[in-house]
Design a protein around this ligand. Structure first.
Ligand SMILES: Nc1ncnc2c1ncn2[C@@H]1O[C@H](COP(=O)(O)OP(=O)(O)OP(=O)(O)O)[C@@H](O)[C@H]1O
Ligand SMILES: [Mg+2]
Length: 314
């Protein structure tokens, strides 16, 4: 028994029209983690999720879910998975509680009203349990999809863009729901275009691009490794240019010459102390300092941009 709940090896998907959407994807999802899969539109995120969930048949490769071969033993593998697809599909006339119970039945699980109630309460849908889906807002429909996906108590929950079109407040409450699920031992794999979401939620991050996994890393390691730090030094007297003595530092003037911004951190230890020594040698007086770090968003844009550079170079 390995620690990973999902094991994907040598996975390829070429669609009928000849388009190669996945090429040699190898990925292991650890039990109990929140894994965020990031990538631009068309990168292959949905294709990857759908192959694991048995909606798309891979061209080659293997997938194991809880040790079950997802291709040879589809039912056993699928029973361990809850899927909230990217496209909203709810039966308009079905009632919220009934549709959730029905989903559980599809997996052959015995009736468990207490579980259904817990799921609906967790998702703030209990008050809407007797409403039909067409009477719900878009955000509520998305939560009904999550309730259905959780109805059979899966070990792994796939959320394909769970918070697209969901307002800020609701997004926060969904994050809490997802964290609560993780705390109860559910493994979560989510895709998102909100980098802030991955930054807040994920234990690990995978970046997929053109059907290839470009990178998988712990979120904090990724941000430490690729993130840059910025030190803003507020000056007592404004400068009109960066003094020549400080030319070795990555410095820029900001705030009409009232601040110096020092960017560092990508390659090991920053010579912050040396900077301050050189500032006083250059006769630059300062009054305050401030630091911040690049967000995952900046890292991601940089990463995708750099991959572009590599591809376009001869
Ligand atoms: N049924 C299909 N037949 C042919 N090509 C397809 C099919 N489904 C998807 N593709 C192509 O495969 C690629 C990956 O699509 P996929 O939906 O997996 O991307 P994605 O990363 O989920 O994008 P998004 O962020 O927009 O949801 C795209 O180029 C898409 O056009
Ligand atoms: Mg998608």
């Amino acid at each position: 028994m390995t620690a990973s709940v999902i094991d994907i090896a040598g996975l390829y998907k070429t669609y009928d029209n000849g388009f190669s959407a996945l090429a040699d994807v190898n990925l292991a999802i650890d039990r109990g983690e929140i894994f965020a899969l990031l990538g631009p539109n068309g990168a292959g995120k949905t294709t990857l999720i759908n192959t694991v969930c048995g909606i798309v048949t891979p061209t080659a490769g293997t997938i194991h879910v809880n040790g079950h071969d997802a291709l040879r033993d589809f039912r056993a593998a699928r029973a361990c998975i809850g899927l909230v697809p990217q496209e909203l599909t709810v039966e308009p006339f079905a009632k919220v509680a009934a549709t959730t119970k029905f989903s559980r039945g599809l997996f052959g699980k015995p009736r468990d009203d207490a579980h259904i109630e817990r799921v609906l309460r967790d998702l703030s849908l209990w008050d809407k349990r007797d409403n039909s889906n067409r009477e719900l807002s878009g955000g509520m429909k998305r939560r009904v999809m999550i309730a259905k996906a959780l109805s059979h108590q899966p070990d792994v929950l796939f959320l394909d863009e769970p918070t697209a079109g969901v307002d800020v407040e609701l997004r926060r409450s969904m994050w809490n729901v997802v964290r609560g699920l993780r705390d109860r031992g559910v493994t979560i794999v989510l895709t998102t275009h909100y980098l802030e979401e991955a930054e807040l939620m994920a234990d690990r991050i995978g970046v997929i691009r053109d059907g290839h996994i470009a990178l998988v890393d712990d979120k904090t390691a990724l941000m430490d490794k690729l993130g840059q730090k910025r030190l803003t030094v507020r000056l007592s007297t404004p400068l009109d240019r960066v003094p020549d003595r400080l030319a070795d530092y990555d410095l820029a003037l900001a705030g009409d010459g009232h601040a110096l911004v020092y960017t560092y951190g990508r390659d090991g230890d920053a010579p912050v102390r040396a900077l301050f020594d050189d500032l006083s040698r250059a006769g630059v007086a300062w009054s305050d300092v401030d630091t911040d770090q690049s967000s995952l968003e900046e890292i991601f844009v940089d990463l995708i941009g750099r991959t572009d550079d590599t591809e376009s170079s001869p």
